[in-house]
Design a protein. Structure first.
Length: 70
């Protein structure tokens, strides 16, 4: 795993993880995208930064996406 970025938010359905990853392949190339599920073979260090308040998502009727309320 070369990079892991995202956020933890709350929706009407409960907590939500939105994560993007970049993964290195054995041939030296990389692939990236949304992370939906993962299994770690050895170790993985994650640093989570806490914000005051709550990061909440609300369904946007125009797009159908759960957007962050900022």
């Amino acid at each position: 795993m070369l990079a892991f970025l995202g956020n933890l938010s709350v929706t009407g359905e409960g907590p939500r993880v939105h994560a993007h990853v970049t993964l290195g392949k054995r041939d030296g190339s990389a692939v990236g995208g949304h992370l939906f599920e993962a299994h770690v073979g050895a170790t993985l260090e994650l640093f989570v930064l806490r914000f005051d308040g709550e990061l909440r998502r609300t369904l946007d009727e125009a797009t159908g996406a759960a957007l962050l309320d900022l």
